[in-house]
Write a protein that binds this ligand. Sequence first.
Ligand SMILES: [Fe+2]
Length: 196
Amino acid sequence: MKVESLDQLLQEELRDIYDAEKQLVKALPKMAKAASSEELREALNEHLEVTKGQVERLEQVFETLGTKAKSKSCAGMKGLIEEGEEIIGQDATDELKDAAIIGAAQRVEHYEIAAYGIVWTFAERLGNDEVAELLQETLTEEEEADERLTEISESLLDAVGVSEQAEEEDEGAVIGDEEEESIRAEQPKTRRSSGS
Ligand SMILES: [Fe+2]
């Protein structure tokens, strides 16, 4: 199909996101079940409910655009979920598996933040404030979910006693794998401002 207008491109992108959210509704319970930390499990289950709301919000967006809610298979989300399933299956201590589950969940959130940022921009360009507002609501929810995951990850890593020393001793020194991982864990969160 040839995409000939921004309006059409917006609809195509929305169909992709619609599919992505529906895939996530199926995947999140599995991730929650695999989590050992109660806090993480709760966060994932809560995000499941939020995600269901986001599916409905997208239906509202399609309705506002006067078009049928249709999905277009989202290969990006499929890949991210497959990676998440691999993580669930791997042999690791509870805490480290939880940290890996958070990593998988945050990849998903960042993917969604990018996707919603894009459609928000398109809606803005098209002067469709109603749609832009709806998309902004979801974008904010995704950013909140991402932040919460970062918080849980930090307290989990504190519990496994990951040293912050590596970060202090860094500056060009040759570092071992373990230290390198602890530095990564301490990296600041990447954040894009809410679509604007
Ligand atoms: Fe979402």
